[in-house]
Design a protein around this ligand. Structure first.
Ligand code: NI
Length: 153
């Protein structure tokens, strides 16, 4: 495993649309391992592949709840319900935080590292993380959706 460098806004890489993973090979498994290590080292709760310069639909999430580390390959949100407004930040956006409106509950499907199609039901902070990280795969940042700035360093 190795730490990867986190790309910062306004790098154009963060605005690209990522491609689906066609084959879960050794490179994808290494990417998942490195992304988890990089996320934990940066004290983050989620990281998407474009943040480390890889334009593939790969995400890691760990919000510190009983779900532990969640690895998502080609994730898709298949249903949403309700809404919540929470403070968000991003490892790729220094010095800015703000409130963002997100669904209260999210159901998502993704492949795991073994290629199994998994379904996740996420609420609260975990639902926020799913939305925030999957947005990254389409070049969308939370700063595009800020309702109110909470910090501007
Ligand atoms: Ni982010």
């Amino acid at each position: 495993m190795a730490l990867r460098q986190i790309i910062k806004e306004p790098d154009a890489f963060l605005r690209k649309t990522c491609r689906k993973v066609e084959k879960i090979d050794e490179r994808i498994l290494t990417l998942l391992d490195d992304m988890a290590e990089t996320m934990y080292a940066a004290d983050g709760v989620g990281l998407a592949a474009p943040q480390v310069g890889i334009l593939k639909r790969v995400v890691v999430i760990d919000v510190g709840d009983e779900s532990g580390l969640i690895e998502l390959i080609n994730p898709e949100i298949i249903s949403v319900k309700g809404e919540q407004i929470n403070d968000e930040g991003c490892l790729s956006v220094a010095g800015r935080r703000g409130t963002v409106k997100r669904p209260a509950k999210v159901v998502a499907r993704a492949l795991d590292r073994d290629g199994n199609l998994m379904e996740y039901t996420a609420r609260g902070l975990l639902a926020v993380a799913f939305c925030h990280e999957i947005d990254h795969l389409d070049g969308i940042l939370f700063i595009d959706k800020i309702v109110e700035e909470t910090e501007n360093a």
